[in-house]
Design a protein around this ligand. Structure first.
Ligand code: PMP
Ligand code: GLN
Length: 381
């Protein structure tokens, strides 16, 4: 019997989405919209195929898309990146994250990971021979204790991975956090992987502290993005990585013998669409009322919201309603109430239980209302 390279089961997203569809539950678990994406972008994609853009793209992505990405970064964060040497289009952000780890990590290198952590980080580090060094963050504010980070650094520390805005907590890093992070990364010659897939999903007029606002820190960083989150098309699995030339050269060596290049037609479609700033600048204001609607519906049934400042997720504390562990509770809600979510324990290596569930509000208002009604009926029965 083959013994695979990593010892993991299926992801919580697979488990919960399957259970949810088997039960006909409303799936507020795995993060994906249930409303249509912009038809204009769909038309641009089909047009690109009709126009014959159906052969291999260049390794780093087609030049017009790389140029459009560089212009967007300059506009948003005031950083001038070279589209020739500092941008690489990838089949999704998950792939970009994996590639960055493969680029940097050698056997036994340590990577500092903040938990709760997006599920792919730890397996990606381990399969590349690295050792995750876990720093847990706690509800309700999920603040990073930077002293603890300093104490965790050893001669083997190679990299820190951050996710901002943060999945699952909805936390945002502040300017003070960025100063601490820069000090630690630069002071110890570390690399930084900044997963910024929710860059536009920021609420209450807060400023998003992208690593790309910090030119010195950027010199040690890989920064990853996902078009799936920005344009409501998670199934398109297209994203990109930004890194300074000397890091990007190495990143591309790994990419060259893996995917080599990405789906061509989508790159032509996106190159034509990226100039529409409203399509991404309006996202915070698009999602904010959905966050608030879900919060009013779930608060009414006794689930206690933890403030979400970004991403399309919000955490809820159910400890006043039940002392069941998170996984059993979320399965019971799925089967008995017809609404699914994600247990926050699945974002911690030790699967600790804090009585917290993550709900996704990237849904039609009618879907959120129906979920609220189902939960109300469940708790009143
Ligand atoms: N990072 C985080 C924090 C995410 O939530 C997700 C979810 N999709 C990804 C990366 C992956 O993005 P993609 O679908 O583009 O691979
Ligand atoms: N990013 C999505 C989430 O956190 C899940 C992506 C996946 O299923 N791998 O819900």
């Amino acid at each position: 019997m083959l013994k695979g390279k990593i010892d993991v089961g299926e992801t919580i997203f697979t488990t919960m989405s399957r259970l949810s569809s088997e039960c006909g539950a409303i799936n507020l678990g795995q993060g994906f919209p249930d409303y249509p994406m912009d038809g204009k972008l769909v038309n641009l994609l089909t047009q690109a195929m009709h126009d014959g853009h159906n052969q291999y793209a260049p390794l780093a992505g087609i030049a017009p898309l790389r140029k459009a990405i560089a212009e967007k970064i300059d506009f948003l964060y005031g950083l001038s990146v070279d589209p020739e040497t500092e941008v690489c289009v990838t089949p999704g952000a998950t792939y970009a994250i994996y590639t960055a780890f493969t680029t940097v990590l050698h056997e036994g290198d340590e990577v500092i990971v903040f938990e709760p952590a997006y599920d792919s980080y730890i397996p990606n580090i381990e399969i590349n021979g690295g050792r995750p060094v876990l720093i847990p963050l706690s509800a309700p504010d999920f603040k990073i204790d930077w002293e603890r980070v300093r104490e965790a650094i050893t001669p083997r520390t190679k990299m820190i991975i951050i996710n901002n805005p943060h999945n699952p907590s909805g936390m945002l890093l502040s300017t003070t956090d960025m100063a601490e992070l820069s000090d630690i990364v630069l002071g110890n010659d570390l690399y930084l992987l900044s997963d910024e897939v929710y860059e536009h999903l920021v609420f209450d007029d807060q400023r998003f502290e992208s690593v790309l606002r910090y030119p010195e820190l950027f010199q040690r960083s890989f920064v990853t993005y996902s078009f799936g989150k920005v344009y409501h098309c998670t199934g398109w699995k297209t994203g990109y990585c930004i890194a300074p030339g000397k890091l990007m050269t190495e990143f591309k060596k790994v990419h060259q013998y893996n995917a080599f290049c990405c789906f061509s037609p989508v790159q032509f479609a996106l190159a034509n669409y990226l100039g529409d700033k409203e399509a991404y600048l309006g996202l915070g204001k698009f999602f904010e009322p959905k966050r608030d609607l879900l919060e009013s519906l779930l608060s009414a049934v006794g689930l206690k919201p933890i403030p979400s400042k970004g991403s399309f997720f919000q955490l809820y504390d159910y400890s006043d309603l039940s002392n069941e562990d998170e996984l059993s509770y979320v399965k019971r809600l799925t089967v008995e109430a017809g609404v699914s979510a994600i247990p926050v324990s699945s974002f911690y290596a030790d699967k600790r239980n804090q009585g917290l569930l993550r709900f996704c509000f990237a849904k039609e208002d009618a879907t959120l209302r129906e979920a609220g009604a189902r939960l109300k009926a469940f708790f009143e029965s």
